[in-house]
Design a protein around this ligand. Structure first.
Ligand SMILES: NC(=O)c1ccc[n+]([C@@H]2O[C@H](COP(=O)([O-])OP(=O)(O)OC[C@H]3O[C@@H](n4cnc5c(N)ncnc54)[C@H](OP(=O)(O)O)[C@@H]3O)[C@@H](O)[C@H]2O)c1
Length: 222
């Protein structure tokens, strides 16, 4: 079984790669600091990394993402919208993963079960948005969900056994969530989050392709 974790240096990505290893499915680990390097803002690096793995992939997990950093924090109000922040958020949370789909989906196994799973977020659900705020992150994850749905339809034509989904990992203790941790919030360790995400991934069926699914395996409405 050929597995890949992209964003394998991140909190959830590293834990997912370790969990796959423990389950006897050691993955290729890709990220900005791996060999070959994969930077979401450099399509050539994505194409080269995908080509280095060849065809017949059974599981590709994208655990990359951006919420804060490089001087940017999630917006609380429209007044804080900054085009540079928005461009970065869309580059990492939507355009980059779409390019991963462009280069990795054609390399999924064609005649066996194969899964491409990208980590999205519940806050990307438009239906679920009751609190507001976090404009760029929410909108970029909503765009990611649409990329997943659209790609899943195209994928089904050539890969009938393949599944392309967006997953919400739950709240997980990582550098991404650390500044927003609140007392009373149900926060999982990366190791626990990885185990439950793998259980969800392993139970997915082709009729769930194109959906946004949470850490319990339940569909989140777009
Ligand atoms: N943690 C949570 O509570 C939570 C909740 C909902 C959804 N999520 C989603 O889960 C995913 C993983 O989050 P996390 O909590 O594990 O965050 P994290 O620890 O900050 O990891 C983020 C990952 O994204 C990678 N990355 C960022 N920019 C990149 C680029 N230009 N090219 C390639 N890789 C890049 C980072 O690589 P480097 O190591 O090179 O920086 C790192 O591997 C994200 O999509 C996030 O939105 C997390």
């Amino acid at each position: 079984m050929t597995c890949v974790v992209i964003g394998a240096t991140g909190g959830i990505g590293a834990a997912l790669a370790d969990a796959l290893e423990r389950s006897g499915r050691p993955p290729a680990r890709l990220g900005r600091r791996t060999d070959p390097p994969l930077d979401l803002r450099d399509e050539a690096s994505i194409a080269a990394a995908a080509a280095s793995l060849g065809d017949g992939l059974h599981l590709v997990i994208d655990a990359t993402g951006f919420l804060h950093g490089e001087g940017f924090a999630p917006e609380k109000t429209l007044r804080q919208l900054d085009p540079a922040h928005m461009a970065l958020g869309f580059a990492i949370n939507a355009i980059g993963p779409a390019l991963l789909m462009k280069h990795f989906l054609p390399r999924l196994a064609r005649t066996e079960r194969a899964v491409f799973a990208t980590l999205s977020a519940r806050v990307g659900s438009i239906t679920d948005n009751r609190l507001g705020g976090w404009y760029t992150y929410r909108a970029a994850k909503a765009a990611l969900n649409q990329f997943v749905r659209t790609a899943s339809i195209e994928l089904a034509r050539t890969h009938p056994c393949a599944i392309c989904v967006a997953l919400h990992p739950g709240t997980v203790a990582t550098p991404l969530s650390a500044p927003f941790a609140k007392a009373g919030l149900d926060v999982a360790t990366p190791a626990h989050a990885a185990e439950r995400l793998l259980a969800v991934i392993d139970a997915l069926t082709p009729d769930q392709s194109g959906l946004l699914i949470d850490q319990r395996g339940e569909e989140i409405p777009f």
